[in-house]
Design a protein around this ligand. Structure first.
Ligand code: FAD
Ligand code: SF4
Length: 465
């Protein structure tokens, strides 16, 4: 067996998959997983574990796979990661565990994410360990927002015996996992499987409950919740602020992806929620959200899907795998290009006037600043535009919770180790604190907050005794 290359994962042919919403990579068989597990060096220092924001014992679960102990492998992952089927699919492993894998110094790193996905899928087929829950305690915790940070905090607190109720504004739980990331990257059935496991542990989920409108954080505290965790995410789209942004045919990525994923527009007419997509679609932005939008546009019938990004390929913030998949599917890239205004014809979008950019000195993010090249304007014809240039914090809960310290951008200020906010008994984590980040970072924040809430509630109880 060669240690040099990762065991490839079979995937749908690009020409076929652009006509369906089925998952692109098809997963490892047992044999393929065992072959890949053989590549692990079982390093005593295990840098991969330090690279994992929730410290999964990676060498141990891989050793179990190598020895065909798949049930033990998934149990090992679940000791610290409550959403392995999700993380195995969407985590940026290349910059986390795999980015520091010893094998990666000379060869390709171990395919840790693919192995994690294999274990979670194996468990779904064969049944596996259920989470252990301590005897129920009297104290109640309210968790606002059912995205990865809230789901993780809720699961960990329930395991410690607390009574946990989640409040979610949408009609389904899952946050971005349900309304943002498309079906072809993360099947919604898988997300709901993970959520069912939480419900089976006794976590209550109240859907269609908008905190800040129906009741505030203070109302929840006076209803008897002993602590509150806020995990409301970054769901407020940013705009370019250029002429023509309100034209018919210009979507924010939020709207475009939410209509497609959450409202199931891709299943129209089975679902009564159509979405209008033209023949030539421009997506503005270079992150995962932009790749998801451009690839979704193709699947919804666009003949041409073009990414317009103001920096070069090297600075694209999307995961390398997503960029590769987009290219395989025929998405085109107009790099070092920025729209300056949208062009109108008969009241609808007809194109984007763009300007060429060059890279100057690094900015505060460390990336080289894009600078417009004067006189280089040109028009790209398009009948649909999707703006995917980032999201700000959901403002409702911060606005309706007096005494909560916020950053200049409106994110909640919280201790990075505990999630403690400026309000006693109120904790926060995930994108609402950090700004748009990653699933695993949100989960890590939920985990740390669960530990801190446990300490806080133990002290509170001791104070009463
Ligand atoms: P969210 O997932 O945003 O969940 C917040 C929840 O709170 C939502 O369900 C929302 O409805 C609810 N809520 C908000 N306000 C209220 C309120 N007032 N009352 C009740 N409920 C409320 N990360 C990766 O690691 N890999 C990827 O490949 C990746 N791809 C992405 C693709 C897209 C299209 C997007 C948008 C993001 C992607 N991310 C990816 C980022 C990742 O999904 C987020 O960082 C992560 O979901 C943040 O989790 P969260 O729990 O903080 O917030
Ligand atoms: Fe295995 Fe790589 Fe972790 Fe070493 S760093 S234990 S090779 S996964």
């Amino acid at each position: 067996m060669s240690r040099q290359k990762q065991t490839p994962m079979r995937q749908q042919n690009p020409q076929i998959r652009i006509h369906n919403f089925d998952e692109v990579p098809l997963g490892y068989s047992e044999e393929e997983a065992m072959i890949e597990a053989e590549r692990c060096l079982q390093c005593p220092t295990a840098p991969c574990v330090q690279g994992c924001p929730v410290s999964v014992d990676i060498p141990r679960f891989i050793e179990h796979i190598k020895n065909r102990r798949f049930s033990e492998a998934i149990a090992t992952i679940k000791e610290t990661n409550s959403l392995p089927a999700v993380c195995g699919r969407v985590c940026p492993q290349e910059s986390q565990c795999q980015g520091v894998c010893t094998l990666g110094i000379r060869f390709e790193p171990v395919a840790i994410g693919k192995l994690e996905r294999f274990c979670a899928d194996w468990e779904a087929q064969h049944g596996g360990a259920t989470h252990q829950v301590l005897p129920t305690k009297e104290q109640h915790v309210a968790v606002i927002g059912a995205g990865p940070s809230g789901l993780t905090a809720a699961g960990d607190l329930r395991k410690k015996g607390y009574q946990v109720t989640m409040f979610e504004l949408f009609h389904v739980a899952g946050g971005v996992l349900m309304y943002g990331i498309p079906e072809f990257r993360l099947p919604k059935e898988i997300v709901q499987r993970e959520i069912s496991a939480l419900k089976a542990m006794g976590v209550k989920i109240e859907l269609n409950k908008v905190v800040g409108q129906l009741y505030t954080v203070d109302d929840l505290m006076s209803q008897g919740y002993d602590a509150v965790f806020i995990g409301t995410g970054a769901g407020l789209p940013r705009f370019l602020g250029i002429p023509g942004e309100n034209l018919n045919g210009v979507y924010t990525a939020n709207e475009f992806l939410t209509r497609t994923n959450l409202m199931r527009a891709f299943l129209f007419p089975e679902y009564d929620t159509p979405i209008k997509v033209g023949k030539r679609v421009i997506t503005v932005g270079g992150g995962n959200v932009a790749m998801d939008s451009a690839r979704t546009a193709l699947r919804l019938g666009a003949e041409e899907s073009i990414i317009v990004y103001r920096r070069s390929e090297q600075e694209l913030p999307a995961r390398a795998e997503e960029v590769e998949h987009a290219k395989e599917e025929g998405v085109k890239f107009q790099l070092l290009t920025n729209p300056v205004r949208f062009v109108e014809k008969d009241g609808a979008i007809a194109g984007a006037e763009c300007i060429r950019m060059e890279l100057g000195e690094p900015d505060e993010s460390g990336r080289r600043r894009p600078v417009p090249i004067e006189g280089s304007e040109f028009v790209i014809d398009a009948d649909t535009v999707v703006i995917a240039i980032g999201n700000g914090p959901h403002p409702l809960v911060p606005r309706t919770t007096p005494g909560l310290d916020l950053t200049r951008r409106g994110n909640i200020v919280a201790d990075p180790d505990t999630g403690q906010t400026s309000r006693e008994g109120v904790f926060a984590g995930g994108d609402i604190v950090t700004g748009a980040a990653t699933v695993i970072q949100a989960m890590g924040a939920g985990k740390r907050a669960a530990v801190a809430i446990d300490h806080y509630l133990q002290e509170k109880r001791a104070g009463k005794e």
